[in-house]
Write a protein that binds this ligand. Structure first.
Ligand code: NAG
Ligand code: NAG
Ligand code: NAG
Ligand code: NAG
Ligand code: NAG
Ligand code: NAG
Length: 589
């Protein structure tokens, strides 16, 4: 079945770039919609917020940049006295890493402290917190400060991707003394923050498969067109949760909304050309190992109202490597919604390398790189609405078994300005929609480059781009607002140019040539450089299946060095270094 699918895909590849949408819809997965109102405000640098005390007098907002290695806090306390905040190994004072600040008539004070025992903390010799602002008005004190995510000295605690105990205390005046009542602790995962579970009266609906007997094929993509609930008023979906019944076989789920023309239910194998591949507007997604996802307070996925009756396409990838028989599945997604509309409609944009055969990763490569380019300058060409810049708040990075690293470079005016998202320890078994730590603005005209690094050192055969888990993908699904009527922004190398450069211009024996080539470090390196150098077809697909096709070049991607521990830990400027080249040398020399 897998071979048949690939054959089918290969047959279609030539027409694909001329505008065949069904292969593009494959994984050129996703999204759209647009409307908006206006209220709630979000500081893009402080997307997360928690009250630390039951009385809600102490509020912590935070945001971070894992690439620069910094974390930013804003602590607001209803007091005109001193305020303190910190990290504790066990919730108590012993071993705690603390900042204390306040405002006096003659000025403000702020310092990094630590507590050796259950006694008055002492000021650290090395001051690793940087105060950004400290204001007091109307009985409230607001302290904004930054530190490095890592610990900068032994008096500080490192912040990891695990929950950590936050402690707070405050006084009614500026005399920093013992504080019996005005203190407390709360455990929060700062870097992998998930808001509390939904309120008990929250409304939801489920879209799932229904007693589907999982086929014995190793790779099977099941598509189900389902009629969703009807809402006369627009609602916002603000949370989705996976409902996974066969955890060992369900690899990933994608949920798409269908355009108004789709009015029939359907169920069957995906990408056979029969079913409704025009359902491409991404709504929700889940990958093996992932959990629930909740949208930021300013955004939600629109549903109902003008959209009328909604049909959805649920796509489930079953990875049944042992050809297990007779398993019945009811997996799918639970979508929570609210009539209290948020400020923005959110969307999901598929970026990366178009999933199609034609290029392959050689065997015995320790760190082979592939690229997919999204040039947002071409997005306006497929939009019916007024183009505008967009805010990215989360991403799901996706490769198959050989993927080891995924990076999304952000370029503006020919220069790399950031890494939008990055996973230096990509694990196929753990694919989650992760918050970026801060909301990042993509201006139309910016380029987004998805780079994937694969390890095929134990493979003896080529690894082709394709649907099976033993094939490869290089994708980044970006969650953003305000939504645009665009489903994907991806690229694919000009295969004619690739074949010419590989001195095998004839298409008919391309597969044979690639399969029989003597792949060694030198030939792998040369092929990789060729793949990066040749022109890309840059493809933007609008929600109405209108497509922009342009030519692009893969820019050089740099990875940033981890943030240095310095006093204040506040290196704001991006000191880019070209680590990539040295990595490449390391792998191929
Ligand atoms: C804290 O201060 C704000 C603004 O002054 C006020 O609206 C709120 O009620 C106060 N909260 C408590 C718990 O005192
Ligand atoms: C403000 O005055 C008090 C009392 O004289 C002094 O202890 C404190 O250090 C001063 N604070 C600042 C920020 O100068
Ligand atoms: C705090 O004060 C700074 C200047 O000291 C000002 O720029 C900032 O807007 C103030 N922040 C708040 C929240 O009032
Ligand atoms: C699915 O199977 C269960 C158990 O056999 C049965 O109760 C249920 O009615 C079935 N659902 C459908 C839609 O057939
Ligand atoms: C390749 O195989 C060797 C020997 O079995 C093993 O140590 C190594 O971890 C494998 N590498 C990968 C990437 O699976
Ligand atoms: C692809 O590359 C070939 C060979 O370099 C070139 O002739 C052709 O024009 C390119 N196709 C496009 C659409 O640019």
């Amino acid at each position: 079945m897998c071979a048949a699918l690939l054959k089918h895909l290969r047959k279609r590849k030539t027409v694909f770039l001329k505008g065949n949408m069904s292969l593009l819809s494959l994984v050129l997965s996703l999204v759209l919609i647009s409307v908006q109102l206006s209220w709630a405000q979000e500081d893009p640098l402080l997307p997360f917020s928690e009250h630390l005390d039951p009385e809600q007098k102490v509020r912590l907002k935070w945001g971070f940049d894992e690439i620069q290695g910094t974390i930013l806090f804003e602590l607001t306390v209803n007091t005109s006295g001193w305020i303190g905040f910190g990290f504790s190994p066990n919730g108590g004072m012993t071993g705690a890493d603390i900042v204390i600040g306040g405002v006096e008539p003659n000025g403000s004070y702020f310092a990094d402290w630590h507590a050796a025992g259950n006694s008055m903390p002492v000021v650290d010799q090395q001051q690793n917190y940087k105060l950004l602002s400290l204001n007091q008005s109307d009985g409230k004190t607001v302290m904004k400060f930054q530190r490095s995510i890592e610990s900068c000295d032994e008096d500080d605690l490192p912040i990891t991707s695990l929950p950590i105990k936050l402690i707070y205390a405050y006084g009614l005046n500026d005399d920093i003394t013992y504080h019996d009542t005005r203190r407390g602790t709360k455990e929060v995962n700062l870097l992998r923050y998930k808001p509390r579970i939904s309120p008990p009266d929250s409304q939801y609906f489920d879209l799932t498969t229904d007693n589907l007997t999982i086929p014995t094929e190793k790779t099977y993509y099941h598509c189900k067109i389902i009629k969703g609930p009807t809402f006369s008023q627009k609602q916002h979906i603000y949370r989705f949760e996976p409902l996974i019944r066969n955890v060992d076989l369900v690899h990933h789920l994608l949920l798409f909304r269908c355009p108004p023309g789709v009015t029939d239910v359907y169920e069957g194998q995906c990408y056979t050309g029969v079913q409704k591949e025009e359902c491409m507007e991404g709504v929700a997604l889940w990958g093996v190992g992932g959990g629930a996802f909740e949208f930021p307070a300013v955004a939600g996925l629109p549903i109902g109202g003008n959209n009328g009756e909604s049909f959805y396409r649920l796509e489930v990838h079953y990875n049944n490597q042992n050809n297990t028989e007779g398993r019945v599945d009811n997996s799918g997604l639970r979508l929570y919604y609210t009539s209290e509309l948020r400020q923005y409609d959110a969307g999901i944009l598929g970026t990366g390398l178009v999933v199609a055969p034609g290029y392959a990763i050689p065997p015995r490569a320790k760190g082979f790189m592939t690229y997919g380019l999204c040039d947002t300058a071409y997005i306006p060409q497929v939009l019916s609405e007024t183009p505008q810049d967009f805010q990215v708040f989360a991403a799901m990075l996706h490769t198959h078994l050989a993927g080891r690293k995924v990076r999304v470079g952000h370029f503006r005016g020919g220069k790399q300005i950031d890494l939008l998202a990055v996973d230096e320890n990509y694990n196929f078994e753990y694919q989650d929609v992760t918050n970026l730590g801060k909301t990042k603005t993509v201006k139309l005209g910016d380029k987004l480059l998805v780079q994937c690094i694969y390890n095929t050192e134990n493979r003896t055969k080529l690894t082709w781009g394709g649907l099976s888990t033993t094939d490869e993908m290089c994708l980044a699904f970006l969650l953003y607002y305000p939504a645009m009527s665009v489903s994907g922004c991806m690229s694919f190398p000009n295969l004619t140019a690739l074949r010419t450069e590989m001195e095998n211009p004839d298409e008919t024996n391309w597969l044979t040539m690639m399969s029989t080539k003597a792949w060694d470090d030198a030939s792998i390196s040369q092929y990789q450089q060729t793949l990066k150098r040749i022109d890309q077809f840059v493809i933007v697909a609008g929600s109405n299946n209108n497509i922009s096709r342009k030519i692009g070049k893969i820019p050089d991607l740099k990875v940033v060095p981890p943030a240095l521990c310095r006093s204040g830990c506040a290196s704001q400027s991006l000191a880019w270094i070209s680590l990539l080249l040295s990595l490449a040398l390391q792998w191929f020399s």
